[in-house]
Design a protein around this ligand. Structure first.
Ligand SMILES: [Fe+2]
Ligand SMILES: [Fe+2]
Length: 111
């Protein structure tokens, strides 16, 4: 099996990969939480693949929030890499929830 380094062009689907992301939640109740995430491996989908993720946002203002979400389908970004959109709400805690929306870090494979 060919070794693939992160700078090599990868044509097609890589069955074992995940995506990291470093983001903030939206502002609610005067604060944000950092959201540091690593997704599940790819899940086959009619439009290619998606990823599942669950976890906790970073403790801030005396509380944390949970989340469970699926990403959007793979979006090719050139150089044999792809990204996914994510858009979800955390669970309610301390009487509020947060919106989390963005694009994850590119991973190998162009679909
Ligand atoms: Fe992916
Ligand atoms: Fe909060």
């Amino acid at each position: 099996m060919a070794k693939i380094s992160k700078d090599d062009f990868v044509n097609g689907f890589v069955p074992h990969h995940n995506h990291g992301s470093v983001d903030y939640t939206g502002v609610t109740d005067g604060h944000v939480h950092q959201c540091l995430d690593v997704t599940s491996p790819p899940i086959r989908h009619e439009q290619g693949h998606v990823h599942y993720t669950e976890g906790y946002v970073v403790f801030e203002d005396g509380h944390t929030h949970q989340y469970k979400a699926y990403s959007g389908p793979a979006i090719p970004v050139g150089n044999g890499m792809h990204v996914h959109y994510y858009d979800f709400y955390t669970t309610e805690s301390d009487g509020h929830r947060h919106h989390v929306r963005g694009v994850d870090q590119p991973a190998p494979g162009n679909r």
